[in-house]
Design a protein around this ligand. Structure first.
Ligand code: ACO
Length: 376
């Protein structure tokens, strides 16, 4: 057996540094995008500016940001041909992440630049993908509600357009700000499971659509992006603040995982959860629901019983619920933002590529003699 980092075997690569990266970093429980603190970006930036930052490693100047905003905006729309075909895909009893995974993969079939390895073509594809994932999510929701596709509007932000395309009504400024902040918080997170998946696919020199499709499939799982939907289902099942403590204690006694808690890297708290907690409090109070109070009671109980802290998926659930977003769209919305980070990782991988090819340590029997089927 070649030399391996023994501590990593069957431990989900814990502690393994798989590549160098200049996109985002977790340092002493703080999250930075290209060197900028996430809290600072959440308060002051926009999703579009953050995408530019992740892709270029620096904040844009005013004219660069205006150009980038326009480029993203111009790429949000889905052609009539695509809408017609995508509306024919099944939506009944279909999880939107499964639909999105298929739809993104299908988009490559219409894109004549999808197989190009020219930088300029790849940049065009990156813009298309980043701009269109949200449009696809909105199309899915409207299709299953038997509603018409809503086109994006020029001169409006990505967050404004997503909410408009989803609901068919102009969103108010507060909702746009909240949603934009959620997009910023979810845009990238160092070598998370789905970014790693995207990089592994890109490392075979496969195309952007293939790498993003891999990443969507990875984000879908309940141990990763799928946890935000599971959190809201748990809140709805618990029903009241008074039930929270006993429900959680019973779940922990039964060795169940409480969704939205724990993290491979953050052991002293996820900074994104702190921002989302503040947003959840305001939104739930405004909506007159108990979901923030219930979340807080769960948070206190999981901390005292298990010493675990909430991750990004915990308070985002009550934020999205307060905004009237259907539960099973929480993870697709995560993908709507995270596609920007995946693309930054894919480009970084292409720029200094060596194919990912780890080893497996054989634990089965060896030197077995083949027995013909009739003699077994
Ligand atoms: N509820 C109850 N116990 C937990 C939880 C949880 N949410 N998370 C971890 N633990 C326990 C584990 O059972 C384990 O206990 P043990 O040592 O007695 O066996 C211990 O804490 C260590 O946890 P691991 O599972 O080894 O942590 P790991 O780093 O492998 O997994 C993960 C991290 C997947 C996030 C895990 O904490 C988890 O499953 N959380 C719930 C799902 C979730 O919220 N996922 C979203 C993560 S954020 C994101 O991906 C966007």
């Amino acid at each position: 057996m070649a030399e391996v980092f023994a501590g990593a075997i069957d431990k989900g690569l814990e502690g393994v540094v798989a590549c160098t990266t200049g996109i985002s970093s977790i340092v002493d429980a703080q999250l930075f995008y290209s060197g900028y603190l996430i809290e600072d970006l959440a308060e002051n930036s926009t999703f579009e500016e953050v995408v530019y930052l992740l892709w270029n490693g620096r904040l844009p100047k005013a004219n660069e940001l205006e150009k980038f905003n326009n480029e993203l905006n111009a790429n949000m729309s889905l052609s009539a041909e695509k809408v017609e075909l995508l509306q024919k895909l099944p939506t009944k009893n279909v999880h939107p992440m499964a639909w999105l995974r298929s739809a993104v993969s299908m988009m490559a079939l219409w894109d004549d630049k999808s197989q190009s390895d020219e930088d300029a073509d790849r940049h065009e594809v990156a813009l298309r993908l980043t701009a269109k994932v949200g449009s696809l999510v909105a199309l899915f929701e409207r299709t299953r509600q038997a509603k018409e596709y809503v086109s994006p509007q020029a001169g409006k932000s990505f967050a404004w357009n997503f909410l408009h395309m989803l609901n068919g009504v102009e969103p108010d400024a507060d909702s746009v700000k909240v949603f934009d902040t959620c997009l910023i918080l979810h845009a990238d997170h160092e070598l998370n499971c789905s970014a790693f998946s995207a990089r592994v696919t890109a490392s075979s020199l496969s195309d952007l659509y293939s790498a993003v499709t891999s990443a969507i499939g990875t984000l879908k799982g309940p141990l990763h992006g799928g946890a935000n939907e599971a959190v809201m289902r748990m809140l709805l099942e618990i029903k009241t603040v008074d039930n929270a403590k006993a429900w959680i204690k019973s779940a922990l006694e039964n060795k169940e995982k409480v969704m939205g808690f724990g993290h491979r890297v953050y052991k002293n708290g996820d900074p994104r959860a702190k921002v989302l907690r503040g947003m959840s409090k305001i939104l739930c109070e405004n909506a007159g629901t108990e979901y923030y109070e219930m979340s807080k009671a769960i948070d206190d109980t999981v901390q005292s019983e298990k010493g675990l802290l909430p991750n990004v998926d915990f308070y985002s659930a009550s934020v999205y619920y307060s905004m009237g977003i259907p539960l099973d769209l929480y993870t697709p919305i995560f993908a709507t933002s995270r596609v920007s980070g995946w693309i930054a990782h894919i480009f970084e991988q292409y720029s200094k590529n060596r194919i990912y090819r780890p080893r497996g340590e054989w634990t089965g029997e060896s030197s077995l003699k083949y027995v013909p089927v009739a003699d077994r």
